[in-house]
Ligand binder design. Sequence first.
Ligand code: PDD
Length: 288
Amino acid sequence: MSDIAYVNGAYLPLAEARVSILDRGFLFADGVYEVAAVVGGRLIDNDAHLSRLENSLRELRIDNAPPIQTIANVEAELVARNGLSEGLVYLQITRGASNDRDFGFPSGTTPTIVAFAKKKNIVASPAAETGVKVLTVPDLRWARRNIKTVALLAQVLAKQAALDAGCQEAWMVDRDGLVTEGSSSTAFIVTKADALVTRPNSPAILPGCTRKAVQSLAAREGLTIEERGFSVAEAYEAKEAFLTSASNLVLPVVSIDERPIGSGAPGERARLLRSLYIEWATKPVATR
Ligand code: PDD
């Protein structure tokens, strides 16, 4: 079956999906996106992603996008049309295309909405068994990282630096030496005193949907959570480290800048939280 994408009201083969070169997403990164996981043929934790999408649209003042339920229906329809049982749905909304390349908001444009689905083994992921290696890099991004915009160049460069160094993720570090987050994930450490530490939500980071769910599952288990910044030096000394994201759920981090974290093998807390998250996310919403 060929991959089916969605562009402005139409479902069509991915290879035929097109938008205008005047689209403001292309010219100015003037748009927002979401990535939600599909497990067992269902979008998981998608209400959280949709509510963050609404917030991103509000922040950029893209005020004429369709109602969120319409967007949810598009995502569900894409899952069905692609026969997707496990993977990701990517959805992007830009301010649309106008006739000119004007910096100010054009009047009368309709937002461009595109979406596609991608098969990926996220539950039976090899990286969950081996863990991932992290490289720290300076955080070069703008000041409003809580908005999930398609302006991702700093993250692209960060991820490539990590890949070039034989790592799988980059942790970005602010001017005070504190870790902000991963290039496409939230960063956590577990201290020697067994507290989970992650940076508090603020414009410095994206408020991760997986982060939020994992934090409440951890609290339910009676684990201590400290929302505060942590330095690279503290991360080196941590008992464990892990990352969370829709595309990888919970993944253990086994080294940072080539220094093994803890025993250098996936940690107990990361394994526990990964299995709790998968169990939670795949349950019918009413029974969570
Ligand atoms: N990225 N921080 C950043 C910078 C991210 O790009 C992401 C997700 C996260 C984790 O958020 P969530 O748990 O809601 O997925 C944190 C997605 C997966 C991506 O761009 O592919």
